[in-house]
Write a protein that binds this ligand. Structure first.
Ligand SMILES: Cc1cc2nc3c(=O)[nH]c(=O)nc-3n(C[C@H](O)[C@H](O)[C@H](O)COP(=O)(O)OP(=O)(O)OC[C@H]3O[C@@H](n4cnc5c(N)ncnc54)[C@H](O)[C@@H]3O)c2cc1C
Length: 549
């Protein structure tokens, strides 16, 4: 498709997910005239808040933001733009139907103290395990900060990158350096079993090795997912639990406000149907409305499969690249259930202590129950007893229910495993049955919770695709497994944020270092885009709008 210029921008960013907004913020800060075009009616993508009942707002999809890069918060001045982070003391409360619970805190000593009653061995092992997770994750954080090397024509920068990574690796020390090489391809179930004997503790930690992924705890490479989830934040063995006050949408609003203040234009209800090209080079975007907008650089925050297969002209992309893009793995297995409750649910294992319910409430009673829940999805069936990660964010952030009747709470429940492709039936017909199964699991640890439900919303992987543009309903835009890690994310040869069409970039979760609310791919992509913009400026092909880059 060729294009007529209607407006002149230096860069157009497709989508207003949090990563797109981060990229737009950095590009604008450096003086590029940047336009963000989002197909939904509001910004944020998966970082979204829904008013599910009058005055009661619930995180539509994601609920915690503790992986957000501190440098993004600082560079884009997000606090000034309204972002307030809330970090409850309890990271994880994992109740069992037998009325006991495992509690993980950010402070490993405090967690270990609570483990004494269960297993002296586990209590003794926990601080060292936590230390190991933090140290090994630090190396992954060093990888996350870098743009993967150029494998086609490596240059001086790639040699420097090798040196930096070599230094980070040596910094692990001999023992931890050996350990990381051994651990990355491991099944997370084996990794946690090396340190702990209690099944409930193994499961509570291993969960983050499979969360959002089509992996079970016995799948190879799931230990790497756990370590990746702890990279670049204060996660450790417990993982993070941090909320944005006002809900995830408040984070998106802060990012959009920051980008606008820095000069970006953000348009919603603007569905991109094509990346326009001329002579194999991106020239702008075409919207569903028929409008075409020109820019020499187009940056996609949509997932890589959607970007390459749906938005780029097949002739421009070529058959082998289309084949490769078609094989990017996006097997969504996550559903979401949102509840408005007339009061705080009673978890016998919490003994009436509401503070315990402020973190992530994990219903994953053991390694085998997680694996069995995964098994169902392998054969195209939703799990009968899905693993649940729930939060009651209104306990930490009453503003979410400030307009609702006294006592109202909102509950956000991530349910896994629910496969995108059902072997029998379809999701439109199976949606409420899934909601009922989630309620049954919740009833097993919080008897009577169903009677508190004032409103319920069930979002299936198909809804994630239809409403949020996630191909295959995948929460992370592509699997977090080792075959789509670093150099291979999203595709070998295209991990440097530059896609196979000149002038087209990827800035979302499908790019290195992957998904979660971190802003990391968006931040890294901006660095590469700005480097290319500078290069073009030096070559005299573009004039910047403002000084600064
Ligand atoms: C149910 C669920 C729960 C989760 N929970 C957590 C959590 O608690 N903590 C956490 O850290 N992570 C969580 N995640 C993962 C995390 O939310 C995602 O990895 C992250 O939000 C992705 O951000 P993004 O900016 O890369 O992409 P997205 O948020 O997917 O944004 C992409 C944007 O592009 C837009 N778009 C797509 N196509 C077009 C087009 N053609 N034209 C215009 N716009 C387009 C979309 O509408 C969307 O707004 C969760 C994910 C899901 C699904």
């Amino acid at each position: 498709m060729t294009t007529r210029a209607s407006t002149a921008y230096d860069a157009i960013v497709i989508g207003a997910g949090h990563n797109s907004l981060v990229t737009a913020g950095y590009l604008s800060k450096s003086g590029l005239r940047t336009l963000v075009v989002e197909r939904r009616e509001r910004v944020g993508g998966i970082a979204d808040t829904t008013e599910l009942a009058p005055g009661a707002r619930v995180p539509t999809l994601m609920h915690t933001v503790g992986r957000l890069r501190p440098s993004v918060v600082r560079d884009l001045d997000l606090k000034r733009h309204g972002l307030t982070l809330l970090a409850p003391e309890v990271r994880v409360f994992a109740p069992s139907p037998d009325g006991t619970a495992l509690i993980l805190y950010g402070d490993p000593a405090r967690t270990a103290e609570g483990l004494h009653g269960r297993s002296e061995k586990d209590a003794a092992a926990y601080p060292d395990f936590d230390r190991r997770v933090r140290v090994l994750s630090r190396f992954l954080a060093a990888l996350g900060d870098e743009t993967p090397p150029d494998i086609v024509s490596p240059g001086f920068g790639d040699a420097l990158l090798g040196l930096r990574l070599g230094r980070a690796f040596r910094g692990l020390g001999r023992l931890d350096a050996r350990t990381i090489l051994r651990v990355l391809p491991m099944a997370v179930a084996d990794f946690v079993a090396e340190s702990f004997e209690t099944d409930a503790l193994q499961a509570a930690i291993a969960w983050r090795g499979v969360r959002f992924a089509s992996l079970g705890p016995w799948s190879g490479g799931s230990a790497a997912v756990l370590l990746g989830d702890s990279a670049g934040n204060d996660g450790g063995a417990a993982g993070e639990t941090v909320y944005a006050r006002g809900g995830p949408g408040a984070l998106a609003e802060a990012l959009a406000a920051a980008a606008r203040t820095l000069g970006a234009e953000v348009r919603t209800s603007a569905d991109v149907i094509a990346v326009t090209t001329a002579d194999g080079r991106a020239t702008g975007v075409a919207l569903a409305s028929g409008e075409e907008i020109a820019a020499p650089m187009v940056v996609s925050g949509a997932d890589p499969k959607r970007t390459l297969l749906d938005l780029v002209d097949p002739v421009t992309l070529g058959p082998s690249m289309r084949w490769r893009a078609g094989n990017i793995r996006q097997p969504g297995v996550v559903a979401k259930v949102n509840l408005v409750l007339s009061g705080v649910p009673r978890f016998p294992a919490a003994n009436g202590d509401e503070r315990l319910l402020r973190g992530r409430i994990l219903v994953a009673p053991g390694i085998d129950p997680i694996e069995r829940a995964f098994d169902a999805s392998k054969y195209g069936r939703p799990s009968e007893t899905p693993v649940l990660e729930a939060t009651i964010p209104s306990l930490a952030d009453p503003t979410l229910v400030s307009g609702a009747p006294e006592g109202t709470q909102v509950m956000s429940v991530i349910a896994q495993y629910a496969p995108y492709r059902l072997r029998d039936g379809d999701w439109d017909a199976s949606r409420e049955a899934l909601g009922d199964r989630v309620m049954a699991v919740l009833e097993s640890v919080a008897p009577g919770i169903s009677s508190l439900v004032a409103a319920r919303q069930v979002l299936t992987p198909l809804d994630l695709e239809r409403d949020f543009g996630l191909t295959g309903g995948h929460p992370l835009h592509a699997e977090p497994a080792l075959d789509s890690f670093f150099l291979w994310r999203p595709l070998l040869g295209y991990a440097r944020y530059r896609l196979p069409v000149e002038g087209l970039y990827l800035c979302g979760s499908g790019a290195h270092p992957g998904g979660g609310i971190s802003g990391w791919p968006g931040q890294n992509a901006a660095r590469e885009i700005l480097a290319d913009a500078k290069k073009r400026r030096r070559q005299g092909s573009e004039q910047p709008h403002r000084d600064g880059w």
